[in-house]
Design a protein around this ligand. Structure first.
Ligand SMILES: Nc1ncnc2c1ncn2[C@@H]1O[C@H](COP(=O)(O)OP(=O)(O)OP(=O)(O)O)[C@@H](O)[C@H]1O
Length: 293
């Protein structure tokens, strides 16, 4: 499975240019982390990939099919192949863990079966297996509103995986989790990518988590990719470009080691890392006054 994004642009109705021509390929069972300061365009990018937000121009090819050219039916079918672990695709609070996971199969069963909650036995079996895999083996009957943040995120992962997607898109999976749980969730995502041989694209604030878990890091600044490489290549210069829009280096050199993780205490305006909470460029992105699209 390969996702090929070419020259993706998004200008909101407000005139805000959130993406200014982004190219990105993701494939194999690779975990790609997208980092960048608040307002860089990370969420816009991931939402444009599955067209929750309509891109202004550019192409998004999933195994050769351009998603931007699909009509509603085509898009609905294509979205079966995209597992989404998104904040706003949140869980249904009053339903059980199992019921939430099975909603991942909704794209495959008829509306009537879904309404009756009458899922095929193989779907139920698959849901049990996945719950076991994410460490919620005995929790299928718990209501989601009784779970911890980490457990909820695991339900979200199980729900995306039960769909048997060809790619996983993940938006800020750890933003409300403590550091230890964040690590566990990131590890789970990368392991599942390897086991199921699907690529994972993760938007993540915390640079240290990206460095530790991702195979590849993509840095966005102001709607443009300003870094792409391995964790060890993410040196001070690269971080400066990502978080402060510094100039690209004349010649590309890398002397950063993996253990010398490029993290800071935020005092220099750079990424603040260490307690699971990151302040990026020190100020929130300006919201357009018109409300936008
Ligand atoms: N619905 C919208 N309407 C208008 N402008 C928007 C909308 N959503 C985002 N923007 C603008 O687009 C730019 C990119 O925002 P986006 O949310 O994609 O960034 P981000 O990197 O995900 O930031 P964060 O890490 O804070 O979530 C920002 O300038 C933002 O104000």
């Amino acid at each position: 499975m390969t996702l090929n994004v070419t020259d993706l642009r998004k200008t909101y109705e407000s005139g805000d240019e959130a993406l200014k021509g982004v190219d990105l390929s993701v494939g194999g069972s690779e975990t790609t982390a997208m980092i960048g300061p608040s307002g860089a365009g990370k969420s816009t990018f991931i939402r444009c990939v599955n067209r929750l937000t309509e891109p202004t121009s550019g192409t998004v090819e999933l195994d050769g099919t351009d998603l931007t050219a699909l009509d509603d039916d085509g898009l609905r079918a294509a979205r079966r192949d995209i597992g989404m672990i998104f904040q706003e695709y949140n869980l249904v609070e009053r339903l059980t863990v199992m019921e939430n996971v099975l909603t991942g199969r909704l794209g495959y069963v008829s509306a009537w079966r879904a309404f009756r909650r009458n899922f095929p036995p193989e779907d139920v079996e698959r849901a049990y297996e996945i719950l076991e895999r994410v460490g919620l083996g005995d929790m299928e009957n718990k209501r989601v509103d009784e779970l911890s943040g980490g457990q909820r995120q695991r339900v979200g992962i199980a729900r995306a995986v039960v769909q048997q997607p060809k790619i996983l898109l993940v938006d800020e999976p750890t933003s409300s989790l403590d550091p230890e749980t964040s690590n566990t969730v990131m590890r789970l995502l990368t392991e599942i990518a390897a086991e199921r041989e699907v690529p994972v694209l993760i938007n993540i604030h915390e640079v240290d988590l990206a460095v530790e878990h991702a195979d590849r890091i993509v840095g966005l600044h102001d709607g443009e990719v300003v870094f792409e490489g391995s964790a060890s290549e993410l040196d001070e210069g690269a971080l400066d470009r990502v978080y402060r829009g510094g100039d690209p280096p004349a010649s590309r050199g890398s002397d950063a080691s993996g253990e010398d993780a490029p993290v800071g205490d935020g005092s220099d305006g750079g990424p603040l890392v260490g307690d699971g909470v990151v302040s990026t460029d020190g100020h929130a992105p300006e919201r357009p006054t018109s409300g936008g699209s």
